[in-house]
Ligand binder design. Sequence first.
Ligand SMILES: NC(=O)c1ccc[n+]([C@@H]2O[C@H](COP(=O)([O-])OP(=O)(O)OC[C@H]3O[C@@H](n4cnc5c(N)ncnc54)[C@H](O)[C@@H]3O)[C@@H](O)[C@H]2O)c1
Ligand SMILES: [Zn+2]
Length: 312
Amino acid sequence: MKTNDRFRTVRVPLRNRSYPIYLGTGIHSSLGSMFRRHDLTGTAVIITDTNVAPLYLKSVKQSLAASGITVHSIVIPSGEREKSLHRADSMYSELLRWKIERQSTIVALGGGVVGDLAGFIASTYQRGIHFVQVPTTLLAQVDSSVGGKVGVNHPLGKNMIGTFYQPDFVAADITALRTLPRREIVCGLGEVVKYGIIRDRKFFSYTVQHIDAIIAKDPEILLRIAAECCRMKADIVSRDEREKNLRAILNFGHTVGHALEHAGGYRLLKHGEAILLGMVAETFAALRLGMIAPIDAGRIEDAVLSVPLPSA
Ligand SMILES: NC(=O)c1ccc[n+]([C@@H]2O[C@H](COP(=O)([O-])OP(=O)(O)OC[C@H]3O[C@@H](n4cnc5c(N)ncnc54)[C@H](O)[C@@H]3O)[C@@H](O)[C@H]2O)c1
Ligand SMILES: [Zn+2]
Protein backbone atom coordinates (compact mmCIF):
# COMPACT_ATOMS: atom_id res chain seq x y z
CA MET A 1 0.00 0.00 0.00
CA LYS A 2 1.43 3.41 -1.04
CA THR A 3 0.88 5.95 1.68
CA ASN A 4 0.93 9.69 2.23
CA ASP A 5 -1.39 12.03 4.11
CA ARG A 6 -3.76 12.63 1.22
CA PHE A 7 -3.49 9.63 -1.04
CA ARG A 8 -3.26 5.87 -0.76
CA THR A 9 -3.27 3.02 -3.24
CA VAL A 10 -4.39 -0.48 -2.29
CA ARG A 11 -3.96 -3.30 -4.81
CA VAL A 12 -6.45 -6.11 -5.26
CA PRO A 13 -4.24 -9.00 -6.39
CA LEU A 14 -6.26 -11.20 -8.76
CA ARG A 15 -3.65 -12.36 -11.31
CA ASN A 16 -4.58 -10.95 -14.75
CA ARG A 17 -7.60 -9.14 -13.26
CA SER A 18 -5.66 -7.31 -10.52
CA TYR A 19 -6.56 -3.67 -10.05
CA PRO A 20 -5.79 -0.68 -7.83
CA ILE A 21 -8.05 1.21 -5.45
CA TYR A 22 -7.04 4.88 -5.32
CA LEU A 23 -8.21 6.63 -2.16
CA GLY A 24 -7.69 10.25 -1.20
CA THR A 25 -8.88 13.83 -1.38
CA GLY A 26 -9.37 15.57 -4.71
CA ILE A 27 -9.54 12.27 -6.62
CA HIS A 28 -12.48 13.27 -8.83
CA SER A 29 -10.42 15.90 -10.63
CA SER A 30 -7.71 13.28 -11.38
CA LEU A 31 -10.07 10.80 -13.03
CA GLY A 32 -9.13 11.85 -16.57
CA SER A 33 -5.46 11.14 -15.96
CA MET A 34 -6.34 7.84 -14.27
CA PHE A 35 -8.28 6.83 -17.38
CA ARG A 36 -5.20 7.55 -19.49
CA ARG A 37 -2.96 5.59 -17.14
CA HIS A 38 -5.31 2.62 -17.53
CA ASP A 39 -5.53 2.99 -21.33
CA LEU A 40 -9.26 3.75 -21.20
CA THR A 41 -9.58 5.95 -24.24
CA GLY A 42 -13.07 5.24 -25.64
CA THR A 43 -16.41 6.71 -24.63
CA ALA A 44 -17.40 6.80 -20.95
CA VAL A 45 -20.97 6.44 -19.69
CA ILE A 46 -21.38 7.76 -16.15
CA ILE A 47 -24.22 6.18 -14.19
CA THR A 48 -25.25 8.15 -11.12
CA ASP A 49 -28.34 9.08 -9.10
CA THR A 50 -30.41 12.19 -8.51
CA ASN A 51 -28.69 13.02 -5.20
CA VAL A 52 -25.14 12.62 -6.45
CA ALA A 53 -25.53 14.18 -9.92
CA PRO A 54 -25.98 17.80 -8.77
CA LEU A 55 -22.96 17.44 -6.45
CA TYR A 56 -20.29 15.63 -8.48
CA LEU A 57 -21.37 14.83 -12.04
CA LYS A 58 -20.09 18.10 -13.51
CA SER A 59 -16.57 17.85 -12.06
CA VAL A 60 -16.21 14.19 -13.04
CA LYS A 61 -17.42 14.93 -16.57
CA GLN A 62 -14.99 17.86 -16.85
CA SER A 63 -12.04 15.77 -15.72
CA LEU A 64 -12.81 13.03 -18.27
CA ALA A 65 -13.55 15.47 -21.10
CA ALA A 66 -10.25 17.27 -20.43
CA SER A 67 -8.53 13.96 -21.20
CA GLY A 68 -10.28 13.74 -24.55
CA ILE A 69 -12.93 11.22 -23.50
CA THR A 70 -16.45 11.51 -24.88
CA VAL A 71 -18.87 11.40 -21.96
CA HIS A 72 -22.53 10.39 -21.67
CA SER A 73 -24.46 10.20 -18.42
CA ILE A 74 -27.51 8.41 -17.08
CA VAL A 75 -29.11 9.76 -13.90
CA ILE A 76 -31.48 7.42 -12.07
CA PRO A 77 -33.66 8.11 -9.02
CA SER A 78 -31.87 7.23 -5.77
CA GLY A 79 -32.79 4.20 -3.70
CA GLU A 80 -32.63 0.42 -3.51
CA ARG A 81 -35.72 -0.01 -5.73
CA GLU A 82 -33.65 1.12 -8.73
CA LYS A 83 -31.38 -1.94 -8.45
CA SER A 84 -33.72 -3.88 -10.73
CA LEU A 85 -33.78 -5.73 -14.04
CA HIS A 86 -36.40 -3.25 -15.16
CA ARG A 87 -33.98 -0.33 -14.69
CA ALA A 88 -31.15 -2.34 -16.27
CA ASP A 89 -33.29 -2.99 -19.32
CA SER A 90 -33.96 0.70 -19.90
CA MET A 91 -30.23 1.39 -19.56
CA TYR A 92 -29.30 -1.20 -22.19
CA SER A 93 -31.63 0.63 -24.58
CA GLU A 94 -29.89 3.92 -23.84
CA LEU A 95 -26.44 2.40 -24.45
CA LEU A 96 -27.58 0.85 -27.73
CA ARG A 97 -29.11 4.14 -28.88
CA TRP A 98 -25.78 5.86 -28.21
CA LYS A 99 -23.98 3.02 -30.06
CA ILE A 100 -21.78 2.28 -27.05
CA GLU A 101 -19.13 -0.26 -28.08
CA ARG A 102 -17.00 -2.81 -26.29
CA GLN A 103 -14.00 -0.53 -25.70
CA SER A 104 -16.22 1.95 -23.83
CA THR A 105 -16.27 2.32 -20.04
CA ILE A 106 -19.14 2.37 -17.56
CA VAL A 107 -18.42 4.66 -14.60
CA ALA A 108 -20.40 4.11 -11.39
CA LEU A 109 -20.57 7.45 -9.59
CA GLY A 110 -22.48 6.99 -6.33
CA GLY A 111 -23.20 4.61 -3.49
CA GLY A 112 -23.60 0.85 -3.45
CA VAL A 113 -26.89 0.91 -5.35
CA VAL A 114 -25.36 2.71 -8.33
CA GLY A 115 -22.18 0.59 -8.06
CA ASP A 116 -24.00 -2.77 -8.04
CA LEU A 117 -26.34 -1.76 -10.87
CA ALA A 118 -23.71 -0.08 -13.07
CA GLY A 119 -21.35 -3.03 -12.55
CA PHE A 120 -24.10 -5.42 -13.61
CA ILE A 121 -24.65 -3.37 -16.77
CA ALA A 122 -20.89 -3.29 -17.47
CA SER A 123 -20.59 -7.06 -16.99
CA THR A 124 -23.50 -7.95 -19.26
CA TYR A 125 -23.61 -5.32 -22.00
CA GLN A 126 -22.01 -6.85 -25.08
CA ARG A 127 -20.59 -9.61 -22.84
CA GLY A 128 -18.68 -7.15 -20.71
CA ILE A 129 -17.14 -3.71 -21.16
CA HIS A 130 -14.70 -1.66 -19.06
CA PHE A 131 -15.87 -0.65 -15.61
CA VAL A 132 -14.67 2.00 -13.15
CA GLN A 133 -16.07 2.47 -9.65
CA VAL A 134 -16.18 6.00 -8.19
CA PRO A 135 -17.85 5.36 -4.81
CA THR A 136 -19.31 8.35 -2.94
CA THR A 137 -20.74 6.78 0.24
CA LEU A 138 -18.68 5.45 3.13
CA LEU A 139 -20.32 2.04 2.67
CA ALA A 140 -19.33 1.96 -1.00
CA GLN A 141 -15.79 3.19 -0.31
CA VAL A 142 -15.09 0.58 2.38
CA ASP A 143 -17.01 -2.32 0.96
CA SER A 144 -19.34 -2.49 -2.04
CA SER A 145 -17.02 -0.99 -4.69
CA VAL A 146 -14.33 -3.58 -3.95
CA GLY A 147 -14.40 -7.27 -4.78
CA GLY A 148 -16.46 -7.48 -7.94
CA LYS A 149 -19.90 -8.54 -6.70
CA VAL A 150 -22.37 -6.76 -8.97
CA GLY A 151 -26.05 -7.34 -9.48
CA VAL A 152 -29.67 -6.38 -9.10
CA ASN A 153 -32.53 -7.37 -6.83
CA HIS A 154 -35.39 -9.70 -7.77
CA PRO A 155 -38.89 -9.37 -6.24
CA LEU A 156 -38.18 -12.72 -4.53
CA GLY A 157 -34.80 -11.77 -3.10
CA LYS A 158 -32.10 -9.12 -2.73
CA ASN A 159 -28.98 -9.37 -4.93
CA MET A 160 -30.36 -12.58 -6.48
CA ILE A 161 -29.36 -11.75 -10.06
CA GLY A 162 -25.72 -10.89 -10.63
CA THR A 163 -22.16 -11.75 -11.58
CA PHE A 164 -18.60 -11.43 -10.34
CA TYR A 165 -17.03 -8.66 -12.40
CA GLN A 166 -13.91 -6.79 -11.34
CA PRO A 167 -13.48 -3.10 -12.24
CA ASP A 168 -10.46 -1.67 -14.08
CA PHE A 169 -9.89 0.49 -11.02
CA VAL A 170 -11.68 2.08 -8.06
CA ALA A 171 -11.26 5.80 -7.28
CA ALA A 172 -12.64 6.81 -3.88
CA ASP A 173 -12.65 10.54 -3.17
CA ILE A 174 -12.89 11.01 0.61
CA THR A 175 -13.90 14.66 0.04
CA ALA A 176 -17.23 13.43 -1.37
CA LEU A 177 -18.21 12.15 2.09
CA ARG A 178 -18.57 15.79 3.25
CA THR A 179 -22.04 15.95 1.71
CA LEU A 180 -23.12 12.51 2.90
CA PRO A 181 -25.98 12.61 5.45
CA ARG A 182 -25.04 11.45 8.96
CA ARG A 183 -27.36 8.44 8.68
CA GLU A 184 -25.37 7.19 5.67
CA ILE A 185 -22.08 7.60 7.57
CA VAL A 186 -23.58 5.41 10.31
CA CYS A 187 -24.49 2.81 7.65
CA GLY A 188 -20.89 2.73 6.44
CA LEU A 189 -19.75 2.38 10.03
CA GLY A 190 -21.73 -0.84 10.21
CA GLU A 191 -19.43 -2.44 7.63
CA VAL A 192 -16.32 -0.81 9.20
CA VAL A 193 -17.11 -2.35 12.60
CA LYS A 194 -17.69 -5.66 10.80
CA TYR A 195 -14.13 -5.68 9.37
CA GLY A 196 -12.66 -5.18 12.83
CA ILE A 197 -14.69 -8.05 14.26
CA ILE A 198 -13.99 -10.56 11.50
CA ARG A 199 -10.37 -9.75 10.75
CA ASP A 200 -8.35 -7.38 12.92
CA ARG A 201 -8.53 -6.83 16.70
CA LYS A 202 -6.33 -3.70 16.57
CA PHE A 203 -8.45 -2.14 13.84
CA PHE A 204 -11.57 -2.98 15.87
CA SER A 205 -10.20 -1.02 18.87
CA TYR A 206 -9.09 1.85 16.60
CA THR A 207 -12.58 2.10 15.08
CA VAL A 208 -14.35 2.03 18.43
CA GLN A 209 -12.03 4.78 19.73
CA HIS A 210 -12.67 6.96 16.66
CA ILE A 211 -16.43 6.61 16.19
CA ASP A 212 -17.04 10.31 17.00
CA ALA A 213 -14.30 11.42 14.55
CA ILE A 214 -15.79 9.21 11.83
CA ILE A 215 -19.28 10.63 12.41
CA ALA A 216 -17.73 14.13 12.33
CA LYS A 217 -16.15 13.15 8.95
CA ASP A 218 -12.54 13.82 9.94
CA PRO A 219 -10.87 13.34 6.53
CA GLU A 220 -7.61 11.88 7.87
CA ILE A 221 -9.40 9.27 10.00
CA LEU A 222 -11.82 8.47 7.17
CA LEU A 223 -8.94 7.95 4.73
CA ARG A 224 -7.12 5.68 7.14
CA ILE A 225 -10.27 3.68 7.95
CA ALA A 226 -11.29 3.32 4.28
CA ALA A 227 -7.79 2.25 3.20
CA GLU A 228 -7.60 -0.37 5.98
CA CYS A 229 -11.03 -1.79 5.10
CA CYS A 230 -10.08 -1.96 1.41
CA ARG A 231 -6.82 -3.68 2.31
CA MET A 232 -8.69 -6.31 4.35
CA LYS A 233 -11.34 -6.85 1.68
CA ALA A 234 -8.69 -7.06 -1.05
CA ASP A 235 -6.87 -9.72 0.94
CA ILE A 236 -10.02 -11.78 1.52
CA VAL A 237 -11.20 -11.47 -2.10
CA SER A 238 -7.79 -12.38 -3.51
CA ARG A 239 -7.84 -15.62 -1.47
CA ASP A 240 -11.43 -16.54 -2.37
CA GLU A 241 -12.85 -14.44 -5.19
CA ARG A 242 -16.02 -16.50 -5.70
CA GLU A 243 -16.99 -17.05 -2.08
CA LYS A 244 -16.29 -20.75 -1.88
CA ASN A 245 -15.11 -20.46 1.73
CA LEU A 246 -13.19 -17.55 3.35
CA ARG A 247 -15.10 -14.71 1.63
CA ALA A 248 -18.26 -15.80 3.46
CA ILE A 249 -16.90 -14.09 6.61
CA LEU A 250 -17.74 -10.79 4.93
CA ASN A 251 -21.38 -11.83 5.35
CA PHE A 252 -21.16 -11.59 9.15
CA GLY A 253 -24.37 -9.95 10.34
CA HIS A 254 -25.90 -10.19 6.88
CA THR A 255 -28.15 -13.27 7.28
CA VAL A 256 -30.14 -11.64 10.04
CA GLY A 257 -29.47 -8.16 8.59
CA HIS A 258 -31.00 -9.00 5.20
CA ALA A 259 -34.06 -10.49 6.95
CA LEU A 260 -34.49 -7.27 8.94
CA GLU A 261 -34.11 -5.12 5.83
CA HIS A 262 -36.72 -7.25 4.09
CA ALA A 263 -39.10 -7.19 7.07
CA GLY A 264 -38.95 -3.39 7.01
CA GLY A 265 -39.79 -3.32 3.31
CA TYR A 266 -36.32 -1.80 2.61
CA ARG A 267 -37.70 1.49 3.96
CA LEU A 268 -37.48 1.14 7.73
CA LEU A 269 -33.83 0.10 7.97
CA LYS A 270 -30.93 0.91 5.68
CA HIS A 271 -28.43 -1.82 4.79
CA GLY A 272 -25.69 -0.75 7.22
CA GLU A 273 -28.18 -0.26 10.09
CA ALA A 274 -29.61 -3.72 9.50
CA ILE A 275 -26.09 -5.18 9.48
CA LEU A 276 -25.25 -3.56 12.82
CA LEU A 277 -28.35 -5.15 14.39
CA GLY A 278 -27.67 -8.40 12.52
CA MET A 279 -24.17 -8.60 14.00
CA VAL A 280 -25.55 -8.35 17.54
CA ALA A 281 -28.19 -11.03 16.83
CA GLU A 282 -25.64 -13.38 15.21
CA THR A 283 -23.22 -12.81 18.11
CA PHE A 284 -25.93 -13.89 20.55
CA ALA A 285 -26.62 -16.96 18.42
CA ALA A 286 -22.89 -17.77 18.48
CA LEU A 287 -22.84 -17.26 22.26
CA ARG A 288 -25.79 -19.64 22.75
CA LEU A 289 -24.03 -22.22 20.58
CA GLY A 290 -20.85 -21.88 22.63
CA MET A 291 -18.89 -20.62 19.61
CA ILE A 292 -17.70 -17.36 21.18
CA ALA A 293 -16.47 -16.36 24.66
CA PRO A 294 -18.90 -14.16 26.67
CA ILE A 295 -16.23 -11.46 26.98
CA ASP A 296 -15.87 -11.19 23.16
CA ALA A 297 -19.64 -11.18 22.71
CA GLY A 298 -19.80 -8.30 25.20
CA ARG A 299 -17.14 -6.35 23.30
CA ILE A 300 -19.04 -6.74 20.03
CA GLU A 301 -22.31 -5.67 21.65
CA ASP A 302 -20.65 -2.64 23.28
CA ALA A 303 -19.05 -1.61 19.96
CA VAL A 304 -22.33 -1.80 18.08
CA LEU A 305 -24.20 0.04 20.82
CA SER A 306 -21.64 2.86 20.66
CA VAL A 307 -22.70 3.57 17.06
CA PRO A 308 -25.50 6.17 17.21
CA LEU A 309 -28.31 4.36 15.39
CA PRO A 310 -31.52 6.36 14.85
CA SER A 311 -34.00 5.36 17.57
CA ALA A 312 -37.10 4.84 15.37
N1 LIG B 1 -21.36 -5.46 -4.07
C1 LIG B 1 -21.06 -5.61 -2.81
O1 LIG B 1 -20.08 -6.28 -2.45
C2 LIG B 1 -21.90 -4.93 -1.77
C3 LIG B 1 -21.46 -4.86 -0.43
C4 LIG B 1 -22.25 -4.16 0.50
C5 LIG B 1 -23.42 -3.54 0.09
N2 LIG B 1 -23.81 -3.63 -1.22
C6 LIG B 1 -25.04 -2.96 -1.69
O2 LIG B 1 -24.86 -1.56 -1.55
C7 LIG B 1 -26.15 -0.94 -1.44
C8 LIG B 1 -26.12 0.08 -0.33
O3 LIG B 1 -25.16 1.07 -0.69
P1 LIG B 1 -25.19 2.52 -0.04
O4 LIG B 1 -25.36 2.40 1.43
O5 LIG B 1 -24.03 3.25 -0.57
O6 LIG B 1 -26.59 3.10 -0.55
P2 LIG B 1 -27.01 4.11 -1.74
O7 LIG B 1 -26.28 3.83 -2.96
O8 LIG B 1 -28.50 4.04 -1.77
O9 LIG B 1 -26.58 5.53 -1.17
C9 LIG B 1 -27.16 6.04 0.00
C10 LIG B 1 -27.78 7.43 -0.23
O10 LIG B 1 -26.73 8.40 -0.25
C11 LIG B 1 -26.85 9.23 -1.42
N3 LIG B 1 -25.49 9.66 -1.72
C12 LIG B 1 -24.50 8.93 -2.27
N4 LIG B 1 -23.33 9.61 -2.22
C13 LIG B 1 -23.61 10.81 -1.66
C14 LIG B 1 -22.81 11.93 -1.33
N5 LIG B 1 -21.48 11.92 -1.49
N6 LIG B 1 -23.42 13.01 -0.77
C15 LIG B 1 -24.75 12.98 -0.53
N7 LIG B 1 -25.56 11.94 -0.79
C16 LIG B 1 -24.98 10.86 -1.36
C17 LIG B 1 -27.53 8.35 -2.42
O11 LIG B 1 -28.19 9.10 -3.40
C18 LIG B 1 -28.52 7.57 -1.54
O12 LIG B 1 -29.67 8.35 -1.31
C19 LIG B 1 -27.14 -2.06 -1.21
O13 LIG B 1 -27.85 -2.27 -2.40
C20 LIG B 1 -26.27 -3.27 -0.88
O14 LIG B 1 -26.85 -4.49 -1.27
C21 LIG B 1 -23.08 -4.30 -2.14
ZN1 LIG C 1 -23.10 -5.31 3.62
